[in-house]
Design a protein around this ligand. Structure first.
Ligand SMILES: [Zn+2]
Length: 473
């Protein structure tokens, strides 16, 4: 299902890709005091209703955007439709992520049980446990409204740019709110070729943060694909130590250094706060301090920004201008394995944002980027295909047990990924075991080509980065 969706979105070679661009952070101005009060009243009612449907769609029913309303609410039928639609979207992505994580858990468990049966279990290995996911909690009001409840119209007779007409809780009473765009918003909403105002999508998003309302507008743009069919492929490995490592031997961004130090400080602070909360709760205090910290929020924003910069740099790189990209199709669940001992750290590093940013950058630039299977890409030798955990003596080193090829581990993985575009043999594999079998079969072929029978007698041999990079392109 998901695959189909992805394929539909991806344009065929030569066909332009349609992308939706958002213009965010447009502050709703209050011309008269209390003008937005009706919106303030609506927000919690909407949020509570949306939450009810999110819970329903996560736990009891399949998400259905067209489901008949079933909860009592003062909201109009039109507003209810909007809430149901938004809730269905939230629940759908929650279900998809949960299903992926559960599948991963089952694979881990099967692997654990297999090893236990074979007697090859590591002394420190623990049986994988499944912890049921919580239903998403909607905290801040976010309204994805369509034209039935929020109408956006160009203003022709005032100093404002648009008028926003919002239906309220009161029957037939509508709010009329002027929208004034900043210069950079104006620029984003003007087509640089025709100097015309872009046609906006009719759906808008309204967010309330710290009592202030923000508007997000969006428009569609068709971007022609620039990449030639035979363009060289650059593989991208995603990680914490280096956000992005390419098969051309480049690295961009890192969670280490100052980001890690900040994360540690923030974690310590949150722990202290949690202790204080527990203590106050025991004593029966009514008002408890919040566990979310301002510095924590700032850190998250900063990490996201660093990720955006790293991916942007990778795409802007002179050497990558004529290239296409291959990147890891990683799920939140499989990311765990990329950072075993560093789970809290991993959440803070927002690794999942990197593939999203790669997809976004490729779409807006009209560059091909293909998600590829990432299984064993960090254990496979990019020279002889020998695949073994022992090829990784530590987090950053790759050293092949057979051909002795040695490189930075992320770089070796990036080279492997660059070769997996259009690898139908790997794609046909049903599970990790089948993938490993294919890779080991390729290793056998490599050995035969080398004219060597016994892999253990291979002479020590090292290959430089540059020669492997050249062969990957
Ligand atoms: Zn090797």
């Amino acid at each position: 299902m998901k695959q189909q969706k992805r394929r539909k979105k991806r344009a065929r070679p030569g066909e332009p890709q349609r992308i939706t661009k958002a213009v965010t952070q447009i502050r709703l101005i209050e011309v008269n005091p209390g003008k937005l009060a009706a919106l303030d009243e609506l927000a919690p009612v909407y949020l509570a209703l949306c939450q009810q449907y999110v819970t329903l769609f996560c736990l009891e029913e399949a998400p259905d955007k067209l489901r008949a309303p079933c909860y009592p609410t003062p909201l109009s039928e039109r507003w209810q439709r909007v809430a149901i639609m938004q809730a269905a979207g939230i629940a759908q992505s929650w279900r998809t992520n949960r299903a992926q994580a559960y599948q991963q858990y089952q694979q881990d468990l099967a692997r654990y049980q297999q090893r236990a049966a074979d007697g090859t279990l590591d002394a420190k290995a623990k049986e994988p446990q499944w912890r049921e996911w919580n239903v998403p909690t909607l905290r801040q009001p976010c309204i994805q409204a369509n034209v039935n409840v929020v109408k956006l119209e160009l203003s022709t007779d005032s100093s404002f740019d648009y008028w926003l007409t919002i239906s309220t809780l009161e029957f037939r009473k509508q709010l009329l709110i002027p929208v004034k765009l900043a210069e950079y918003h104006q620029e984003a909403l003007t087509d640089p070729k025709t100097h015309q105002k872009r046609t906006l999508n009719s759906s808008v998003q309204l967010n309330q943060r710290d009592g202030i309302w923000w508007l997000t507008l969006s428009y569609d743009e068709d971007v022609p694909v620039q990449t030639l069919p035979d363009a060289p492929i650059v593989g991208i490995d995603v990680g914490i130590a280096n956000f992005v490592t390419t098969s051309t031997g480049k690295q961009y961004g890192s969670f280490h250094k100052h980001l890690r130090a900040r994360h540690k400080r923030d974690r310590a602070k949150r722990r202290r706060k949690a202790k204080l909360r527990a203590c106050l709760k025991k004593k029966g205090a009514k008002k408890l301090p919040s566990t979310s910290s301002r510095t924590g929020q700032r850190l998250i924003r900063h990490v996201k920004h660093e990720i955006n910069c790293a991916v942007n740099q990778c795409f802007s790189e002179e050497e990558h201008q004529e290239a296409q990209f291959a990147y890891e199709q990683l799920s939140v669940a499989s990311m765990r394995f990329k950072a075993k001992a560093q789970n809290a750290y991993l959440r803070a590093s927002h690794l999942g944002r990197i593939p999203q940013q790669i997809l976004w950058n490729s779409q807006k630039r009209g560059v091909m980027a293909t998600p590829v299977i990432s299984a064993y890409s960090s254990q496979e030798c990019s020279v002889c295909h020998y695949t073994d955990r022992k090829n990784r003596p530590d987090q950053r080193t790759f050293r092949c047990q057979v051909c002795r090829f040695e490189a930075h581990a992320d770089y070796n993985a990036a080279v492997n990924l660059s070769r997996r575009v259009g690898d139908s043999q790997l794609r046909a594999c049903r599970d990790r075991a089948a993938i490993k079998a294919v890779l080991m079969q390729r290793h056998e072929q490599w050995k035969q080509q080398q004219g060597r029978g016994n892999s253990q007698q291979v002479k020590r041999r090292k290959r430089g980065k540059s020669s492997a990079a050249a062969s990957s392109i």
